[in-house]
Each structure stands twice: as structure tokens, then as C-alpha cells.
Ligand binder design. Structure first.
Ligand SMILES: O=C(O)[C@H]1O[C@H](OP(=O)(O)OP(=O)(O)OC[C@H]2O[C@@H](n3ccc(=O)[nH]c3=O)[C@H](O)[C@@H]2O)[C@H](O)[C@@H](O)[C@H]1O
Length: 424
């Protein structure tokens, strides 16, 4: 089935339909405001995911739980991989898990379902993955015992590490969450990987933000990355150094991917393209930041399907870790790649593409970029990834945003019913 078909939560209609009838007796409910409609549709999805979530009666460590993990980890193609995906209920984690599962790899997810943004979206992603027999363990990567148990049940060949505290500006509000996930969590995970009898190869999400105040464009992997502009960037940069240490001492195979502002269906509500869409539809103002001398900010926005291809290619080309049980047996690869789109677009242009797709004008407040971690522009040089991974982004921002808006309208129920009422 084409991936686009998955973007429609109504694919899951039969169980939701049953739930609907059981929960609210199939009443037709009308809402006056679209916001209420969004909330209700979300709770509908949330209840649906509870309904679908087979683990509600199991607990960590019991037999049924183990069985679900084993079954999710089963490989269904020759020379398939067995991948632990951290942050599997996150935006990129969901898409990568699905791509791996669909080609026959074994996939087990882990996610702490934190509430940095609306957890009901994470639960909906989980429901979608469950319909593809992908199991997500609810837990934190800081839980060393849980990680040890997972590795005891499944001899993972690869770890796709995507769990992180994301968001550039939120780091000023909650700095500790970045240290908890991006530093402490990373070290706990690496400790587990290094001690495994057969060490897995690790591919993980670094960030374009490590380029910080770098002014040399386009950004290349060989450029200096010692001027981070946010704590988020600093923790990602620290992650690159920490993974290097584990590669050096223990022989872990490491690939760090510097993602450039990833967007698309099932995306993150905290990101500009997502929150702008929400506000434009609700007739609320949006704040558009501008650089010094009224220069527009720009980002090398990268579509999720391109990022997924880069992640999968990284897993496929990752050399083996050499150590076992905490002992290095020889040198292992340490790689870093930019995964961007190579064509930066300004934020006002992003807004006008959204306006066109939503058929609605935005109420724009233009304000000077506050000194809260933002950088004026990003622009990826992707020749290394092109050469070594065969990475070739193929979706421009207009095409990608059109797909995102289509998903958004369906997911939040804008396509259902007429006017301001929705059939539940
Ligand atoms: O590549 C990354 O490594 C990072 O990408 C993403 O960060 P950013 O590129 O900052 O994306 P995003 O917040 O969507 O802001 C986009 C633009 O809109 C501007 N922006 C933002 C908000 C707002 O209200 N107004 C505004 O103008 C803003 O000034 C900026 O110019 C991920 O969130 C981050 O987790 C990390 O992965």
C-alpha cells in the first residue's frame, strides 16, 4: 500500500467505528468552533488508540509483553535487519519504523510518550504502527534495566536512535529535559549497546543546528561546529562527541545524521509549518520572525520521505560494530552526514505556500528574531550523503507542504461533514 494511504486515520475505521458506537452511541455531534472539532477528533483518535492498543492489559516484563516484542522483531526478508527504533512514536521514528517494517525488517520501538507536545498524536501514530504489527515499548531510554531486558529478548543488529528532546527555542524554558534525553539518555543507550554480546550498529539523529553561527554556506560536514546558538544545538553537538568516544573506546559503529528542519504528514505540532497551519485555519495570528535589518529567515526544509530514505540507507551501509561485551576488537566506522534539501526557503515564502494550500490568508505579526537560540538560515551541502548513501532528496517545499496540508485536514477532521459540524 502506498504510504499516503496511511496518512488517513480513517483507514482504521472498523475498530474506531465500533468504539464510536460503544462510546457515544453513534450520536451525531455538532460543534460550533473548529477548535472544538479538533479537540474532539483528537480525543476520538486517543480513545481509538486505547481501544487498539493490545498492551493495555500487559505490563513490562510479563510473558505477553515479551511475546509482542519477539513478534514485532521478526524478520520477513532475506538478510533483514533487526532494529530497535528509539522515539518510535515521534515524527521521524514513526515513518522510519514503517519503512523498515514494510520491507521486511524486524522493528521494535521504544518511546516515553512525554507531553512536550500533544501525546494524543503520538498515540495515534502508535495505533497506526500497531496496525502494521509494530510494537512500541512504553519506556524511557534512561531506564537501563528496561534496555537490558530488550536486548536480552532481541539481539538487535541495529539501533535507530531518534528519541530526543527536540525544539530549539524550548531549551530556554526547560533546559534539563535536553540534558535528560539528549545527553543522559544517549549515554545510557550507548552503555547498553557497548555491553551487548553482539554490538549493534547505531544510526542516530544529530541536527543541522550544530552549525550554529557558522556563516559559510552551504554547510558541510567538515565545517566548524563549535558555536552552537542554543542548548538544543549544544546537546546535539555533545552527542556527536559522546558517540565518537564510544566508537573509539568500544568499537561501536556510529552514523550521525544532521537533519535539516524536517516536515511532513504526522509532523511535530511545535514546528513553525505545523503551528502556522493550525493558526491560519483558526483565524489566529502567527508570529513570523525576521533577522537583523529585516532580512527574512530561511531554512533548508526537508521532506520526511527524503529523510526516511537517508535513514534507511544509513542503516544499510553502516559497517559492523567490532566489539562485544564492552571490549573493542578493532576499529569501527564513525560517520556524519547532512540530510537536507539543498534549497533554503524563507519563512514568509513558507507562509505563502501554506496560504495557497489552505485557501486562507494568514494574519502575520512580523517581529525581530528574539535571541532565543534561532539561527538566521540553514543550507545543507549533501554531496557526502549523495556519494556514500545515494541520498537524493526529491520533494520540494510546495509539493511537501501540499501533502502535509492534505494530511492535516484529514487528521483533524476538516474534510468531514459540512460547515462546522462533524459526524462522530
Ligand atoms: O534542523 C534542525 O536541526 C532543527 O529543525 C527544527 O528547528 P527550526 O529550523 O528552528 O524549525 P521551526 O521551529 O519549525 O522554525 C522554522 C523557522 O520558522 C521560524 N519561526 C518559528 C516559530 C514561529 O513562531 N515563528 C517563526 O518565524 C524560525 O525562526 C525558523 O526560522 C526543529 O524544530 C528542531 O528540533 C531541529 O531538528
Amino acid at each position: 500500500m502506498h504510504l499516503a494511504a496511511l496518512y488517513n486515520p480513517l483507514r482504521l475505521l472498523p475498530p474506531f467505528q465500533q468504539l464510536k458506537n460503544a462510546a457515544i452511541g453513534g450520536r451525531i455531534v455538532s460543534f460550533n468552533a473548529r477548535e472544538d472539532q479538533e479537540r474532539s477528533f483528537q480525543s476520538f483518535i486517543t480513545s481509538g488508540s486505547r481501544y487498539l492498543h493490545h498492551t493495555s492489559h500487559t505490563s513490562i516484563g510479563d510473558l505477553h509483553w515479551e511475546k509482542q516484542i519477539r513478534s514485532s522483531a521478526q524478520i520477513r526478508r532475506q538478510n533483514g535487519l533487526t532494529v530497535l527504533v528509539t522515539g518510535a512514536a515521534g515524527f521521524v521514528g514513526t515513518h522510519v519504523s514503517l519503512a523498515l517494517k514494510k520491507r521486511g525488517d524486524g522493528v521494535v520501538g521504544i518511546d516515553n510518550f512525554n507531553d512536550y507536545y500533544d501525546p494524543s498524536l503520538k498515540k495515534s501514530r502508535r495505533s497506526m504502527l500497531e496496525s502494521y504489527h509494530i510494537f512500541i515499548v512504553k519506556g524511557d531510554i534512561n531506564d537501563q534495566k528496561l534496555l537490558a531486558k530488550l536486548f536480552e529478548i532481541v539481539p538487535f543488529t541495529h539501533v535507530m536512535h531518534l528519541a530526543a528532546q527536540a525544539g530549539v527555542r524550548y531549551a530556554m524554558e526547560n533546559p534539563n529535559s535536553y540534558v535528560h534525553s539528549n545527553i543522559a539518555g544517549l549515554v545510557t543507550l550507548l552503555e547498553q549497546c557497548k555491553s551487548a554480546d553482539r554490538q549493534p550498529a547505531i544510526v542516530w539523529a544529530s541536527s543541522s543546528s550544530v552549525y550554529g553561527l557558522n556563516e559559510k554556506v552551504p554547510f558541510s560536514e567538515s565545517d566548524q561546529t563549535d558555536q552552537p546558538a542554543s542548548l538544543y544545538a549544544a546537546t546535539k553537538k555533545a552527542g556527536e562527541e559522546i558517540t565518537h568516544t564510544y566508537n573509539h573506546i568500544y568499537g561501536l559503529s556510529i552514523t550521525g545524521l544532521r537533519f535539516f528542519t524536517v516536515y511532513g504528514p504526522w509532523g511535530r505540532p511545535d514546528m513553525a509549518y505545523f503551528s502556522f497551519t493550525k493558526n491560519i485555519l483558526q483565524g489566529k495570528p502567527i508570529t513570523v520572525y525576521r533577522g537583523k535589518d529585516r532580512v527574512d529567515l530561511a531554512r533548508d526544509f526537508t521532506y520526511i520521505d527524503d529523510i526516511v530514505k537517508g535513514c534507511v540507507a544509513s542503516l544499510d551501509t553502516a559497517g559492523k560494530s567490532t566489539g562485544s561485551g564492552g571490549k573493542k576488537r578493532g576499529p569501527a566506522p564513525y560517520r556524519i552526514y547532512n540530510l537536507g534539501n539543498t534549497s533554503p526557503v524563507t519563512v514568509p515564502t513558507l507562509v505563502s505556500i501554506l496560504e495557497k494550500n489552505l485557501k486562507k490568508k494568514a494574519k502575520k505579526n512580523m517581529v525581530e528574531m528574539p535571541g532565543n537560540g534561532d539561527v538566521p538560515f540553514t543550507h545543507a551541502n549533501i554531496s557526502l550523503a549523495q556519494r556514500e548513501l545515494g541520498y537524493k532528496p526529491s520533494t520540494d517545499l510546495s509539493t511537501g507542504l501540499r501533502k502535509f496540508v492534505k494530511w492535516y485536514l484529514t487528521y483533524y477532521g476538516y474534510n468531514q461533514g459540512k460547515g462546522n459540524s462533524v459526524n462522530l
